[in-house]
Every structure is written in C-alpha cells, then in structure tokens.
Write a protein that binds this ligand. Structure first.
Ligand code: NDP
Length: 495
C-alpha cells in the first residue's frame, strides 16, 4: 500500500507514538514543536500522542513533566491551549526491547484509536542509537508495522549508524520490517527554514543558476561552529568525534544542497536522487592521504572532561577539503569545518566567486579587490549577504565593498522562525520524505567520512592539533587554507 492511501485528514485516527518519551529530545524539542503546531492549528484534529519509556509515570505526571520543561522559545501556549493539547497526550511505561511491553503498547493504541476508518501511526524512535535495531525488530515481531488498517511510518533520529557497515545493517533491519517509503531518517538541519530557502534561492531565481558552477565560483566554505563543549556526553563523544557527529550528516547535507543539480520537481524522490548524485561524485580521500586534505583539532581541556580517555586523540574539530568530481564542480574545493568550543555558534555557507578576469580600474601595487561573496547564514540570524564592489563618491575610482542583505527577522518581523522539528514532524505525519535522508544517501555519506576517520586513526597521521576554547580552531587549519591561497571567512569577510 502506498503511504498516501491513508491521508492524515481521514476520519479515523492518527497517533504519534514517541519511544523515549521522557528523554531530553522529547522534552526539549518534540513536544514543544508539537505544542507549537497545535497552537497554530497545524496538527490534525484527531491526532493522539502516546509517549512510551520505562519510567513509571501516569498521564498526569507525564503531562506535568512536559509542561515543566516546555521551551517557551518554541511554544507559548495559553493555559487553555495547554489543557487542550495535553489532553491528547498519554503515557505508558514499557521497555522497547520487550515484546510483552510492546503488546501492551499495541492494546493501548487500539484503545486510543477511534472511528471506523484508517488508524494511522507514526512511530518516533527518540532512543539511544543502540536501541534502534531492537526497537525495529520488536515493532516487526508484534505486528505493529502491519499497515492494513492505516499507514505505519517510522522516524529514526540521528545518528543513523556509526560507520558504513553499521548503517547498512540498520538499513537491512529497517527494510526487513518497513518499506523504504515508510522510513524517515531525521537530520534536523534539513528542517531549518534557511536550508530550505537555499533551494528556493537557487532554483526560484534565474540569476544565480547560470553562475553557480566552476566558471564563476572559486570555492565554497561550509562552517558549523559550536561554542558548547561536550558537556556530560564525554563517553559518547569520545567514541564519536566531530566527523561522525557533524560531517557525516549536517555538513554533507549542506554540501549536497549547494552542489546538487536542479531536480525536476520539489518532491522527495527527485530531490533525493540529485543529492545522492552529488554524494557519489565526491572524491573519496584515501586514509593514507588524509593529512593532505584534512586537519584534526582538539580543544585544550578536552582530555580533562569526564568520560574522556586521558590520552584520547578524538577530534573535536576538523577542517576537510572535498572535491565534487562532476562537470559543474570540477576543480572547485569545498572546505568544510566544524568544531566544539569555538568562538561563536554559527552555521554558514560562503560562496566565494572568482575575481573578474581583467581588472580595468587602477589599483595600488599592494591593493587587491576582494572577490564577490555570497554568505548564507543558516543560524543564528538566518539570512543572506551578497558582497560586491561600488565606487566611493568623489574619490576617483576608489572602490569599496557594499552588501545586499536579507535577514529573516527583519523581513518577517514578529514572525518567529519555526523550530526545525515542527516542519519535520508535520512532514512525517503528511508522508512527505523530501527533508529526510534516504537509505542510499546515508550509506554514501558514511562512505565519504569513514576513510577520513580511518586516516585520522593511522599511526602516521597527525595527532589532533590543540586549539584554545573560544578560538576559531587550530592555527594549522588557517595554514591549510593559506597554503591553498585562501582564508576562512565569517559572514563573507576574512576574520
Ligand atoms: P535521553 O537519554 O535523554 O532519552 C532516552 C529516552 O529513552 C528516555 O526517555 C529513556 O527513558 C528512554 N529509554 C531508554 N531505554 C529504554 C528502553 N529500553 N525502552 C523504552 N525507553 C527507553 O536521549 P535523548 O533524548 O537526548 O536522545 C534520543 C535520541 O535522539 C538519540 O538517538 C540522540 O542521538 C538523538 N538526538 C538527540 C538530540 C538532543 O538534543 N537531545 C539532538 C539530536 C538527536 P527511561 O529511562 O524512562 O526508559
């Protein structure tokens, strides 16, 4: 049965089952996003929410816990709205690895499901990644994936696997229970408005696409910088590192949106086909060559963090140069970097254009005019800056930089940018997989990152370079760029 056969608007029931209902993600993101959607009237009238975790709570206690942790930046319900919203939220304690407990969940769902039409269910795995496989297996064993009465969809949080082999094995398990069109793998970056706006910017305007290629673009920089350290997650992070945590998913997703060919339609398969083509075209870095293409870094106090091995070489920062070997991008480097404990929290994409082929205006001997840059701010302060040269009045032919700017908060003042999870939850409920990652996409991404991780682990590879907290990463990453005759840019400007 196609997932569209049972629409969300049906007279039957739609239930979102959150496994891991008492966890951080559910409390900080999922429930506030659902509450915000509810207050805007965007959720279907007949949606029920069932939270499942092992903690022994009743409905009232669970609702009170959710209210206490509601993030008011995402949702600000009135008391009446909260009462109405929370009356749709139920809780059942159970262990996802136990068939008996899942049978209890199934009978609770049967109690909640009303009407004589479809009984649609969205299962959301907001669980530790080690529980994804057992959870999917038990959903299969207990018949909960059976979609004869209504659609069944599965949302799987990130990370999806820890390398190519584990991602493949998770895909196999998922496909043994659900069809691919029922599986929604989350990368919450894709739910961000600016990320989607990148597609509109590229493909709803005629002026950028003709210059969006190797003839006009010198290089691309993608930065995902975090100010936070690893907090309490030392043990997890020490096994993970920045390449698994940020590159395999967010950075490569941003790269695909910058580099992809125009899809023939804004529809899941067309979009994802183009993204997979970009990932397949990325030149793989051999582990023995990793030092030529990537710089690992570690913030100075990382080894003092709880749960981190005293001699740990886990990278908390990395800068990587990738090439997309296709007609459009041949020879254009994509510089990707991400790190913890950096100076500011920001996600941005810089498109650095080439210099004009011939400079007809007189320049001083040591003068160089900066090339045009387009800065795309994904967060915070979502927007775009396009830099170009203008003439300074009454100063001969002296030039200076000017900027065209667009910022969401100015353009849509008073209108809060919805949290990424609002969009993703609604899309999953509506069966639109455009902003979710397909099985082959995940596997391609791992096949790019795995050899770099292997390279960082080689005895002859450089140990991570230290950097101070609050800096922009190790100086070696600056040297890496300057060796290429380039510099890292912030907001389109050299820092
Ligand atoms: P938490 O550890 O905070 O929550 C885990 C949840 O799983 C708890 O509700 C826990 O409740 C429940 N749980 C644990 N074991 C079982 C079990 N055997 N059966 C049923 N429930 C169980 O994790 P997070 O919420 O932080 O993360 C969840 C997922 O989301 C992870 O995969 C993470 O990588 C991903 N993620 C999280 C983000 C975040 O900001 N937190 C951001 C992006 C992704 P109990 O102990 O009561 O059973």
């Amino acid at each position: 049965m196609a997932t569209d056969d049972w629409p969300i608007e049906s007279d039957g029931s739609n239930t979102l089952v959150i496994f891991g209902a008492s966890g951080d993600l559910t409390r900080r993101k999922l429930v506030p996003a659902l509450c915000s959607l509810f207050c805007k009237g965007s959720l279907p009238e007949n949606l029920g929410i069932l939270g499942v975790a092992r903690s022994d709570l009743n409905d009232q206690q669970y609702r009170a816990m959710l209210r206490d942790s509601l993030d008011e930046e995402i949702a600000r319900p009135t008391p009446e709205q909260w009462a109405d919203f929370s009356s749709r939220v139920h809780y059942l304690h159970g262990d996802i690895t136990s068939s008996d407990d899942l049978l209890q969940v199934r009978s609770k769902l049967l109690d909640m499901e009303t009407g004589d039409r479809a009984t649609n269910r969205l299962y959301y795995l907001s669980l530790a990644p080690s529980l994804y496989q057992p959870a999917i297996a038990v959903l299969g064993e207990t018949g909960m994936a059976d979609d004869t009465e209504g659609w069944r969809r599965l949302v799987v949080e990130k990370p999806f696997g820890t390398d190519l082999a584990s991602a493949r094995s998770l895909n196999e398990i998922a496909h043994s229970v659900f069809r691919e069109d029922q599986v929604f793998r989350i990368d919450h970056y894709l739910g961000k408005e600016t990320v989607q706006n990148l597609l509109v910017f590229r493909f709803a305007n005629a002026i950028f696409e003709p210059i969006w290629n190797r003839n006009y673009i010198d290089h691309v920089q993608i930065t995902v910088a975090e100010t936070l350290k690893i907090d309490e997650r030392g043990e997890y992070y020490d096994q993970t590192g920045v390449l698994r945590d940020m590159f395999q998913n967010h950075l490569l997703q941003l790269l695909t949106l910058v580099a992809m060919e125009p899809p023939h339609a804004f529809e899941a398969e067309a979009l994802r086909n183009e993204k997979v083509k970009v990932l397949s075209a990325i030149r793989r870095i051999h582990p023995e060559d990793v030092a030529l293409h990537a710089i690992p870094g570690q913030y100075r106090t990382y080894r003092d963090e709880g749960g981190v091995a005293p001699e740990s070489d886990t990278a908390t920062y990395a800068a990587v140069r990738l090439y997309v070997d296709n007609w459009r991008w041949q020879g254009v480097p994509f510089y990707l970097r991400s790190g913890k404990a950096l100076r500011s929290k920001s996600t941005e994409i810089i498109i650095q254009f080439r210099n004009p082929p011939h400079m007809l205006f007189p320049l001083d001997e040591d003068e160089d005019i900066p090339a045009n840059t387009l800065a795309i701010f994904v967060q915070p302060d979502e927007g775009f800056h396009l830099e170009f040269q203008t003439k300074t009045p009454e100063a001969g032919l002296q030039m200076r930089k000017a900027e065209l700017e667009f910022h969401y908060h100015e353009a849509f003042s008073g209108q809060a940018i919805p949290d990424a999870y609002e969009r993703l939850l609604l899309d999953a409920l509506n069966g639109d997989a455009s902003l979710f990652t397909r099985a082959d996409e995940i596997e391609q991404a791992w096949s790019i990152v795995d050899p770099i991780i292997a390279g960082f682990g080689r005895p002859d590879a450089p140990r991570p370079y230290y950097y101070s907290e609050g800096s922009w990463g190790p100086v070696e990453a600056d040297r890496f760029m300057s060796t290429d005759g380039r510099a890292w840019l912030q907001g389109g400007r050299a820092r």
